[in-house]
Design a protein around this ligand. Structure first.
Ligand code: FEO
Ligand code: CA
Length: 699
């Protein structure tokens, strides 16, 4: 193995995997607290009884008829060379990832990294990496040097934020190997950021710094000719978006009474974005970002007496009493007793145009409001834009949005601006799964011998927004605004399938097939909880699964199968598309997805709950004789999660989120010193990996 020098640069120690520690959850409690507001410790908010299609939906479906799928040709739309759009709806074309070179699928020829608990980033033999940018590094030339002992909100707003999750690399036209790195900063872990942090009485200073450490960063980065090394620059597009940046609200909930507050009586301007988890790059060159566990920033839902407001807040998991960070003490908008509608202004898909630093970012309400993991775009042959979206909560749903308008494909700045409105008109759907083997789903994960866990599915319409902005609810008892703002409750009503925490949901640009990571759900099939079903087939699912969908992208039907049941390949309840399990790297809690140029799938994990080893990035072959082969490409440092992979022939980038995040860790007593070593605080960072001496990744 090779890795950058670190204070723990000893030999890599193989670890026993999947060992229960006192039968207790393995994820650090502090991660639960600060990342997702203790979602796991609370009852899953979906207590709806939605097993069946409602009559009203059947009626709505028959009124509309089924969409026809498009034709079957891969079409490269002229999007200024940013991204090629994909073909539509035909059974998947064979991807080059199935091609063997010397018996190894192209793009995945590397020696897998062994499970380990190093406080270091570990890459395969023959690969090198550099830390591109760290929490606190300057985004602007005038940013003060990072000094965690003397941090200020003003400094943080000019520096790279905390806990990077999604990352995009957008090529800068006319400048070789130069990119805009666009990054989400999902959340803050105050005890590990601030010396002298008082959990019971957080100071106004700590509150303001934390708010400035959320949001997004845009940073120009330049490559090095002979390697994959990336170095940040103070480019003209560099930008910070924080918890106080003004956003514009668009779509059917813009101006709604549900979004109006005392500070914004128009219901169209929101300060900030929070808990930006994963995201997607649009073919028109902007970035989408999902506002995920936003409930954790708000207090006192228990003091809201009126119904249905109270029930709506409960369905979204808002805290009955004080919030963990106690921001409500410093800013009344985070106190729901004072501003109940402020809650409704978060939980959206946001869009940032990184090429126009003056443009306000957008909150798109036609895509619904839930715990958005991300939104990823697929464009059909006729230019229809499809956004795939997961609601990352136990027993919540999978959604897609199909645009009413076609993409403007000229690749000009004017086209880009036009396309930033394309997600404001179209149809929002939620997924219902049906299995092929209803009599064989016993919770053990024993895979049916004919074609594995598989079935059909239907997209149930929830909300149609016309090009003139007029929206029509497809759900009885809900206005259009209510479907947009309280999407979970509308989806409950139409019989959507309760999933095992949908994370990234994304189409493979090579084949058009769509993949979703269902990270895990330990409550599946347990006492009083929803039963196993064919798409979520394991009781007390600790390790997660990945589904493969053949979707009629712009239409309303799909077929699906379970591609992999994650976990220890030695156990009987795992499955890797039928590939020889003796050759599989152990993998748990699939989270973020990416595809390489050969059509291989890459998965980053957030598995600290399930494994005694560090998280990592894995390649998965999707086609050819090695379909299902899963290999660990890298591991991230101790206590960290792997996020936001991008994979090209020249380099792989990943975000290292929350290094050293352990329950007893503080700024005074850190559990990691990555990446700086010595006595430094752990710093969430973006990393670039390349093949030593040049050459393609996995060649
Ligand atoms: Fe922030 Fe769904 O992970
Ligand atoms: Ca995630």
């Amino acid at each position: 193995m090779s890795s950058q020098p670190s204070p723990h640069d000893a030999a890599i120690k193989p670890l026993p995997l999947f060992v229960e520690r006192d039968g207790k959850p393995k994820r650090a409690a502090i991660t639960c607290t600060y990342k997702c507001g203790n979602a796991c410790a609370h009852e899953a908010p979906n207590t709806s009884d939605n097993e069946y299609f409602g009559d009203v939906v059947r009626a709505a479906l028959s009124r509309r008829g089924l969409f026809k799928g498009g034709a079957a040709v891969v079409a490269a739309l002229g999007t200024g060379g940013l991204l090629a759009a994909c073909g539509d709806s035909e059974p998947a074309k064979t991807a080059a990832g199935g091609t063997l070179v010397d018996g190894v699928p192209v793009g995945t020829n590397f020696q897998p990294v062994a499970p380990n608990s190093e406080d270091a980033l570990v890459v395969p033999e023959g690969y090198e990496h550099n830390v591109v940018i760290r929490w606190g590094d300057p985004v602007f030339a005038d940013a003060p040097a990072f000094d965690p002992a003397a941090q200020t909100p003003e400094a943080q707003a000019r520096q790279f934020g905390f806990n990077n999750d999604f990352a995009a690399l957008l090529p800068v036209e006319g400048q070789a190997d130069t990119y805009l790195l666009v990054v989400n900063h999902e959340y803050t872990t105050e005890p590990q950021m601030f010396f002298g942090y008082d959990k019971e009485n957080p100071s106004a200073l700590h509150y303001r710094i934390a708010l400035a450490a959320h949001g997004l960063s845009v940073v120009q980065v330049r490559g090095e000719a002979a390697t994959g090394r990336l170095t940040p620059e103070f480019g003209r597009y560099n930008r910070r978006v924080t918890g106080t940046t003004e956003f514009v609200v668009t779509g059917p909930a813009a101006g709604s009474a549900y979004l109006k507050t005392s500070a914004d009586p128009t219901g169209t301007r929101v300060l900030g974005t929070l808990n930006n988890c994963s995201g997607g790059v649009t073919p028109w060159g902007t970035v989408l970002s999902g506002e995920e566990n936003v409930n954790q920033y708000f207090a006192n839902a228990g003091k809201v007496a009126d119904e249905p407001t109270k029930a709506r807040l409960k369905r979204y998991g808002f805290s009955q009493g004080a919030s963990e960070r106690k921001w409500e003490r410093h800013e009344p908008r985070f106190d729901l007793e004072k501003e109940p509608n402020e809650a409704n202004r978060f939980g959206w898909v946001v869009e940032l145009d990184p090429w126009d630093p003056a443009a306000p970012p957008i909150k798109h309400t036609a895509l619904g409001r839930f715990k958005h993991e991300a939104a990823t775009i697929h464009v059909t042959e006729d230019g229809t834009v499809v956004a795939y979206m997961g609601d990352d909560e136990r027993f919540d749903y999978m959604y897609k949005f199909v645009s009413a308008r076609k993409i403007a494909s000229g690749g000009t700045a004017a086209d880009r601006r036009t396309n930033t409105t394309i997600l404001d008109a179209g149809t929002l759907y939620v997924a219902k799964f049906t299995g092929d083997h209803p009599d064989k789903i016993d919770g053990t994960g024993k895979t049916p011998s004919d074609k594995g866990f598989s079935g059909t599915g239907q997209w149930i319409p929830l909300l149609i927004t016309a090009e003139d902005g007029r929206a029509t609810s497809q759900v009885d008892g809900f206005t259009a605004e209510e479907v947009a703002v309280f999407t979970r409750l509308a989806a409950d009503k139409v019989g959507a399938t309760k999933m095992d925490r949908p994370e990234d949901f994304e189409a493979n640009p090579k084949s058009g097939k769509v993949y979703v990571a269902l990270t895990y759900n330990e409550q599946r099939g347990t006492a009083g909880k929803p039963a196993v079903d064919e798409a979520n087939p394991r009781t007390a699912n600790k390790f997660g699964q990945v589904l493969e969908l053949d979707d009629e992208h712009a239409g309303t039907t799909f077929t699906w199968s379970v591609l992999m049941l994650c976990g220890d390949p030695k156990t009987a309840d795992t499955y890797f598309a039928g590939f020889d399990k003796a050759k599989i790297s152990p993998i748990a809690a699939p989270d973020n997805l990416a595809f390489d140029e050969h059509g291989n799938l890459w998965i980053s994990t957030d598995s600290s709950r399930a494994m005694q080893a560090n998280d990592g990035l894995f390649s998965v072959v999707l086609d050819g004789p090695n379909r299902g082969e899963t290999k660990q490409f890298l591991t991230v440092p101790y206590g960290a999660e792997t996020c936001g992979p991008t994979v090209t022939n020249k380099r792989i980038t990943v975000c290292v989120q929350h290094p050293g995040e352990r329950d007893d860790a503080t700024a005074e007593k850190p559990a990691s010193h990555w990446p700086d070593g010595g006595t430094g605080l752990p710093r969430p960072s973006v990393v670039s990996v390349w093949k030593k001496g040049g050459g393609n990744i996995g060649a």
